[in-house]
Write a protein that binds this ligand. Sequence first.
Ligand code: ZN
Length: 117
Amino acid sequence: MTPGKAFKRVALGLGLVGPMRATTPGEAFLVAIAPILEAVGPLPHARLDTDGESTAPKKQKTRMLKCECATCGYTVRTARKWLALAGAPLCPIEDHGQMEHEPLDDDEGEGDDEGGG
Ligand SMILES: [Zn+2]
């Protein structure tokens, strides 16, 4: 196997497929893995053998938005998806009604696999 082929296999495994948008992929890759390397510390070689699964700590995907009662100031945080689905929660104090909440920003395109919660 040629070194070029080996690199391509590795690149494919890392998900570096399709058109590369970064003008300096090498640097972009280093920037991308820097926090991962920092998080896991020295890498025992076996840790890399995760069959496609990342050894990086799970990224916190769920965006928690603050809701606040306009009447008494009661605050609570809830997931953006609940605000989108059900709206802001109600203040537990009677007659205060629905809380106000931070605007939902929709430009994060990675909310598709929120399995946990
Ligand atoms: Zn209230």
